[in-house]
Design a protein around this ligand. Structure first.
Ligand code: ASP
Length: 338
């Protein structure tokens, strides 16, 4: 019988002189050592909520859902859930997906009026024969299942949107982290709000099972109906319980083109360390259009089955938060451009 693990192991051994990589056959699950990692500084508070579950031997799926619900409910977070910046027509449309250790997955795209799209995505996964529900269909499904219809446009987000309307530049502007953007003046300026950033969260529970979640309000002032990478399984999130998991943040269009999170997991399957797997995915984006890449931000975050993790991004400034039995920290990701 064809033994894929042996085949992978030996084919990698043959080429291991070229790349510093480990055979996937040597990736041993870290059962008993729960771990959660997530994108950006706001991942720290989200990780804390996930840890409440992971630390008590709870399931990674429950942990990632509870974790990302924290920024979803935070009105001061203008790029996820309630208080997220709207599209150019003033609608707050949310994208989210979730994936478990058995490759079950669920997603909602362009969902309005629901504070916790991640929970709707989970319900799509668990209660329907489908993987994705969009727009009105997703809303109908949510309402039929007890979710409350709420206005997600906070006074502050509305103010930012109205400021942006003065110029109405329809192209979503890509901020580069650490510089902030003034929507009225259409230029980088201190004090303006960030116009994008997603929470992607990857967890491993005490059984060594991997699950992930990803949720966002997407690019601020996007065209109505625009969907980014975040709710697309394989682009914004991918989990393979045998190998590892990955998630992304940044300009979704660029991530979709390379099916980024799936690519990162496949690089780990080939034996690359999580950071190197993320770097190779970034390289795909940069090499496609090096000039354009200078104005783009994309960050990948990955966890391997053995509990190793890593990240890589295009521009300096992408951070990620890690919580385990031994640490509760925020790290700066390495970047393509310094
Ligand atoms: N990836 C998200 C999107 O394109 C935005 C972000 O993470 O910054 O919708």
């Amino acid at each position: 019988m064809f033994n894929r693990r042996k085949f992978l192991g030996s084919s990698l051994l043959a080429s291991s002189g070229l790349f510093l990589r480990t055979s996937p056959a040597k990736i041993l699950p870290q059962a008993g050592s729960p771990l959660v990692i997530s994108t950006w500084d706001f991942g720290k508070a989200a990780n804390q909520a996930a840890w409440e579950i992971l630390g008590k031997n709870g399931r990674a799926l429950d942990a990632v859902e509870a974790g990302v619900m924290v920024p979803e409910a935070d009105p001061n977070n203008h790029s996820v859930g309630y208080g997220g910046l709207p599209d150019r027509d003033g609608h707050v449309t949310l994208d989210a997906c979730i994936m478990d250790e058995k490759s079950n997955c669920g997603s909602v795209m362009c969902l309005e009026f629901i504070v916790h799209p991640i929970s709707v995505a989970r319900m799509v996964m668990e209660k329907t024969p489908h993987v994705v529900l969009t727009g009105e269909g997703a809303l109908e499904f949510a309402l039929a299942n007890g979710f409350k219809k709420e206005n997600l446009l906070t006074p502050e987000s509305e103010k930012i949107w109205r400021e942006w309307l003065k110029n109405s530049k329809y192209e979503p502007v890509i901020n580069i982290e650490n510089k902030k953007y003034s929507f009225a003046e259409n230029q980088m300026a201190p004090g303006g709000p960030f116009n994008h950033d997603t929470i992607g969260m990857l967890a491993m529970d005490s059984r060594g099972d991997l699950c992930g979640a990803c949720t966002t309000s997407g690019m601020a002032f996007k065209m109505h109906g625009r969907v980014g990478d975040s709710p697309i399984i394989g682009a914004g999130l991918f989990v393979d319980n045998e190998i590892g998991s990955a998630t992304s943040t940044g300009v979704g269009e660029e991530v979709i083109r390379i099916v980024g999170s799936h690519l990162v997991v496949e690089f780990m399957r080939q034996g690359f360390e999580p950071r190197e797997a993320c770097r190779r995915a970034v390289e795909r984006i940069v090499k496609r259009d090096p000039k354009k890449a200078m104005d783009l931000q994309v960050g990948f975050l990955a966890m391997r089955k053995d509990g190793r993790y890593g990240a890589f991004c295009i521009q300096k400034g992408f951070t990620y938060a890690v919580h385990s039995n031994t640490e509760d920290k925020i790290y700066q990701s390495e970047s393509w451009f310094s």
